[in-house]
Design a protein. Structure first.
Ligand code: MG
Ligand code: ZN
Length: 389
């Protein structure tokens, strides 16, 4: 009996080995190594303006307990405070991501001494990468502006539009047509100026986004509204589509150098300023559909780092007692932003850097590290460094 068992043992061990190899083979044939240490070719930064944990939770529990965001395996938190206020605004918040410094509220791409600092998007352009900005606000609004403009006040919309001419950004999609073709402070027509620089320029009044040609032979500016685009409940629906088409467009534009793009769900914040929980949920779900498109792109390529975060929370939003799955009772403590720490989600090559708790400025450092850009310390007027305050 014992002898027979011993004789059968090698066969059983072989069978066990076989099963192990089969399981290993299956698991290793996954299409994407989601957190490899190889450098990514492309970086997609997605900002849900005003999207804290409650906005994410409310959207998830209003959508049968599901978000595309859940596919992102690496999680961290950032500290969103600005140079002069524990409660940041979107200008200082986006400047922290774009330039790697804490600046004063209202500042666009300048440091606390109002000196302009190179943004990660400008640096990507200098390195031959394709670049893009997509927003559901005007394209000159604080969040997209901080990646390409350098002004002391976020209200300088016309100056911000002019700054966009100074960097040969490949793709710009957002509202704000009036800041380009019917300016109040000068008679410049930026439509013509962009065209003279070789851009294809179009807008909502000329063609529907779903019907237009995304011709990768030239840079592209498309304005989605005269001022702000509609909110999602009123019919705006372009963000997921623009994300999908925009990423394909940039991939074609980028050739072998890769691309950097910032995509913003701009109006989660505005719904929370209005303390409108239902609208905040709809805006967050629209942004999550765009996240789904970015993750599809990244999963198919395997060479793209996707980061999703917010600049700050807005409204001090809560999911109150009495909430049920798909019927959330939201409540708010303020009509302003709050200082709560903000979740960061990452997927793709070098995503592991985004775990832990860190300053919002570190998101800039980690993205630049992923792209292989040299370490830098932004200089202030007195020559001291202004990093990681
Ligand atoms: Mg914004
Ligand atoms: Zn806000």
């Amino acid at each position: 009996m014992l002898k027979r068992l011993l004789r059968q043992l090698p066969g059983k061990i072989m069978l066990l080995y076989g099963i192990c190899f089969f399981i290993w083979g299956c698991s290793s044939s996954k299409p994407v190594e989601t957190s490899s240490n190889d450098r990514p070719k492309n970086v997609i930064l997605m900002i849900g303006d005003g999207m804290g944990l409650s906005q994410i939770s409310a959207a998830m529990f209003s959508n049968n307990n599901r978000l595309n965001l859940e596919q992102m395996p690496v999680l961290g938190f950032h500290k969103s405070y600005s140079y002069d206020d524990l409660v940041t605004d979107s200008a200082a918040g986006a400047t922290a991501f774009a330039c790697g410094i804490k600046t004063f509220n209202g500042a666009i791409g300048v440091d606390k001494d109002t000196l302009p600092l190179k943004t990660i998007l400008e640096e990507a352009e200098e390195n031959g990468m394709a670049t893009g900005l997509i927003a559901t606000s005007t394209i000159v609004h604080a969040t997209p502006a901080a990646f390409i403009a350098h002004v002391v006040s976020r209200e300088q919309y016309e100056e911000i539009a002019v700054d966009m001419l100074k960097t040969p950004i490949d793709l710009l999609i957002g509202g704000g047509k009036k800041y380009f073709d019917r300016r109040e402070n000068d008679n410049r027509n930026l439509y013509t100026e962009f065209q003279q620089k070789g851009y294809k320029v179009s807008d909502y009044s000329q063609e529907e986004m779903t019907e237009m040609q995304w011709d990768p032979s030239s840079n592209f500016l498309y304005l989605t509204a005269d001022k702000h685009p509609l909110n999602v409940a009123a019919g705006r629906d372009y963000l997921p589509y623009a994300t999908k088409k925009g990423l394909e467009f940039l991939e074609k534009r980028s050739k072998d150098k890769g691309f950097f793009i910032m995509i913003e769900g701009s109006q989660i914040d505005w719904a929370c300023h209005a303390n409108d929980g239902k609208l905040a949920i709809k805006e967050a779900l629209d942004f999550d559909r765009a996240i789904g498109e970015a993750l599809n792109f990244a999963r198919e390529r395997g060479n793209t780092l996707v980061i999703v975060t917010a600049d700050h929370e807005c409204g001090g939003m809560a999911l109150n007692p009495g909430s049920k799955m798909n019927k959330i009772e939201t409540a708010f403590t303020t009509i302003n932003h709050t200082a709560t720490i903000i979740p960061v989600f990452a997927y793709g090559p070098m995503s592991k850097q985004f775990s832990g708790i860190f300053e919002n400025t570190s998101i800039n450092t980690k993205m630049r590290n992923a792209l292989g850009f040299p370490e830098h310390k932004p200089q202030t007027t007195n020559g001291s460094t202004n990093d990681r305050k």
